[in-house]
Design a protein around this ligand. Structure first.
Ligand code: ADP
Length: 258
């Protein structure tokens, strides 16, 4: 954006120059675009389950057969659940992006947190006949961070690993120490991710297979939330994957020594 202002010498009333004011609005414009794209995406994502709920609720009045009514009611329930997960994830992500969260930084024992996550996710894995294993590091490792956010990050990764691994598969969580960093691996023997999708995986609402994600109850925001939490902890996250072999997410976090 360029603005020009002429400069006049009021003694002689002659124009003695022109002042050019240049505003670089590229960044502001890019931010604005990102924001409106996000709003468009969110609206679209919210509309899908809503349309379905509305449609089935309307039709329900005219259905007399009990079996069909029950089926419709099931769909309405599942879609409402999805809607509420979506709203929760949107709120979490927007809190993280706007740095709106209350920071509760403290010394956090990773071994303890991973054990808690293991017990939460073990039941879900069992329901799908997937074996979940945790290999903790022999000595306790600590980070300086927020305990709940750390757990949420690992739960999101393990939840995905279970979601995208067929029955009878395996999911491993492993904690190690590497170059004075805590290294946490979440590995599965699932469907894998084709290489070309890996660079965009952490974008909001990016899914490799939209239909599959939807049928698994996914919101498309899990990994965007993970990425933000990793950033808050000054860590890094990498993903390696092979189609039909499995996927490994690796997080490195600075160790807290005191
Ligand atoms: P979703 O709610 O769709 O699972 P995420 O942000 O958690 O959204 O993940 C984005 C996409 O990355 C998923 O839709 C899926 O295609 C892919 N993905 C994530 N984790 C895995 C995994 N462990 N194995 C295979 N694909 C995965």
């Amino acid at each position: 954006q360029v603005k020009s202002i002429s400069v006049t010498d009021y003694g002689t009333n002659n124009m003695i120059g022109v002042l050019l004011v240049i505003h670089d609005v590229t960044k502001i414009k890019a931010l604005e675009n990102m924001r409106s794209e996000f709003v468009a995406n969110v609206s679209h994502e919210l509309k899908t389950p809503l349309t379905s709920i509305k449609g089935f609720a309307e039709t329900l009045k005219y259905v007399e057969d009990k079996q069909t009514r029950d089926k419709f009611l099931d769909i309405i329930y599942v879609e409402s659940e999805r809607l509420s997960r979506l709203i929760n994830d949107i709120l979490t992500l927007s809190e993280l992006e706007n740095k709106d969260y209350s920071i509760n930084f403290q010394k956090v024992c990773l071994n303890e947190c991973l054990t808690e996550v293991y017990y939460i996710m073990h039941r879900i894995a069992q329901e799908k006949n997937i074996s979940l294993e945790l290999k903790n590091f022999e000595e306790d490792l600590y980070i300086y961070g927020d305990r709940d956010k750390f757990k949420q990050m690992i739960i999101n990764l393990v939840d995905n690993a279970i979601k995208y691994t067929p029955q009878g598969g395996n999911v491993f969580i492993k904690l190690e120490k590497e170059d004075m960093k805590a290294k946490i691996e979440v590995k599965d023997t699932g469907i894998g991710i084709p290489n070309q999708h890996l660079p965009r995986l952490f974008e909001r609402f990016y899914r490799v297979d939209k239909a599959r994600s939807r049928s698994m109850g996914g919101t498309g925001l899990g990994l965007a939330i993970v990425k933000h939490i990793v950033m808050i902890f000054n860590g890094t996250i990498d993903v390696q994957s092979e189609v039909n072999v499995g996927t490994t997410f690796t997080i490195h976090l600075p160790i807290y020594k005191h």
